[in-house]
Design a protein around this ligand. Structure first.
Ligand code: ARG
Length: 469
């Protein structure tokens, strides 16, 4: 079949041009959104008496059949038809004849592709929100088990103060809540219909833009036709939300990699989510966490790539914009796979509670509490800090923890010490004394877990399509 635009040309396109110009090998993924968009458009043409009802019915039936055949794998797309839009139109004309040529009345591929991408991203945001919520719930389930599992909290990757594993994990569920909120925002940014914008300046047919928007479940329409066809902000917003989300998982992955090293030994990964070495028989590597960290770079690259593609484009549509698809699709695939695998890895890992506790006890993580004990005795905090600094210095020399020093040793540093110091620096007391909102005390973390569970269970449920006739 000749190209839809061949009338003005004297020669066929070179096969290099076909290869270079076509997008069917990646935009085929938009077939369903493309057909949904076409059905809505053609129904609207019928309602506005631009097409006869009989024509509308034939076209809708033809498109529905094509949809089924694509889904059952019966259709091979043709690279010479350039993209998914032209392929489906060509298939329709082949199937129902001349009436199929009326489908594109009052429409351009420019508003068509923008519509497809918005429909696609709305669906993907819902799916990703579901996946991220599942991951959040897995982390919360793990948190519930570990509200008493003491570990060192770090700053500068140096042991700082004792916390619990649940407190550490719920730091990540806070990040995931923001990620869900970001993807919701991307959904909203994508939720306006460009259909009716035409190539750039709408059309002379009396289209009802609200009618198609409503059929497709868009809650509003794009207000300026030039903007409607040349806006890819929603794709960039998506990549930005994806980049931040990957940054969170990458930080978590980095911790998992450190935690499963022999030096830390805080966790043991399940064999099903680790890999071996081709030469060193003893190795068990955290490849999944490393790949999540590694793929973060790839997603950042997509964000920078599309920002750069868009930065010099005059209004309205330019073919450069076909380059929006591969980064978006690859990001969707990456996030889906990363989220599902990461979730399983975390869900199956073993927590080595004793090692975590030993580490918390070993690093003077209760030194702040010792200083706070002095403050309660009336010592100004700066003086208390200096006294405990001396005490730590002494303990280091003796190769002891603060808990192991005798009362005489304490009193040799400062006579104000009495035996109640031991209770104040008991590691689990240190944790549970921090019972203010956001803190590591069991009570406070249990509250946070409940709030977060509620968020992931309810608020993160998919936004439903508004209407469908
Ligand atoms: N495949 C094209 C894209 O993804 C569709 C729009 C083509 N429009 C055009 N005027 N050539 O951008």
């Amino acid at each position: 079949m000749s190209k839809a635009w061949s009338g003005r040309f004297n020669k066929a396109t070179d096969s290099l041009t076909d290869d270079f110009n076509s997008s069917i090998h990646f935009d085929a993924r938009l077939y369903r959104q493309d057909i949904e968009g076409s059905i809505a458009h053609v129904k609207m043409l019928g309602k506005q008496n631009i097409l006869e009802d009989s024509e509308v019915n034939l076209i809708v039936k033809g498109l529905e059949e094509i949809l089924q055949e694509i889904e059952s794998g019966k259709i091979a797309f043709d690279i010479r038809m350039e993209d998914i839009h032209m392929n489906i139109e060509a298939l329709l004309i082949e199937r129902i004849g001349s009436v199929g040529k009326k489908l594109h009345t009052g429409r351009s591929r420019n508003d068509q592709v923008a519509t497809d991408m918005r429909l696609y991203l709305k669906e993907m945001c819902n799916e990703l929100i579901g996946e991220i919520s599942d991951l959040g719930l897995v982390l919360l389930k793990l948190s519930k088990k570990h509200t008493n599992t003491i570990m060192p909290g770090y700053t500068h990757l140096q042991r700082a103060q004792p916390i619990t594993l649940a407190h550490h994990l719920t730091a990540y569920t806070e990040m995931l809540k923001r990620d869900v909120t970001r993807f919701r925002q991307v959904y909203k940014m994508s939720d306006a219909s460009p259909l009716g914008a035409g190539a750039l300046a709408t059309t002379t047919y009396p289209l009802d833009r609200y009618y198609t928007a409503n059929l497709l479940g868009f809650s509003s329409i794009c207000q300026n036709s030039l903007d409607a066809v040349s806006d890819r902000d929603f794709c960039i917003d998506f990549l930005e939300a994806a980049a931040v989300y990957m940054m969170h998982l990458s930080r978590f992955s980095e911790e998992i990699i450190i935690w499963c090293s022999s030096e830390f030994n805080f966790i043991t990964l399940d064999d099903a989510y680790a890999t071996g070495s081709s030469i060193m028989p003893q190795k068990k590597n955290p490849d999944i966490a490393e790949l999540v960290r590694g793929k973060t770079g790839r997603v950042y690259g997509h964000l920078m790539g599309l920002l750069t593609t868009m930065k010099g484009l005059p209004l309205a549509y330019n073919k450069d914009m076909q380059e929006d698809k591969e980064p978006v699709f690859d990001t969707v695939d990456t996030l889906m796979m990363v989220t599902r695998t990461f979730k399983q890895m975390v869900n199956t890992m073993t927590v080595n509670q004793d090692t975590m506790l030993e580490a918390a006890k070993g690093g003077f993580t209760n030194a702040t509490d010792a200083a706070d004990w002095l403050v309660k005795k009336g010592v100004p905090f700066r003086d208390a800090h200096a006294i405990i600094g001396k005490l730590v210095f002494y303990a280091l020399e003796q190769e002891k923890n603060l808990d192991d020093l005798s009362l005489e040793e304490y009193q040799s540093i400062d006579p104000v010490f009495d035996k109640t110091i031991y209770e104040a620096i008991d590691i689990s007391n240190c944790v549970n004394a921090r019972n203010i909102i956001g803190g590591p005390a069991k009570e406070s973390v249990v509250r946070a877990i409940a709030i977060n569970e509620n968020f992931f269970n309810s608020e993160a449920s998919p936004i439903q399509k508004k209407t469908q006739d």
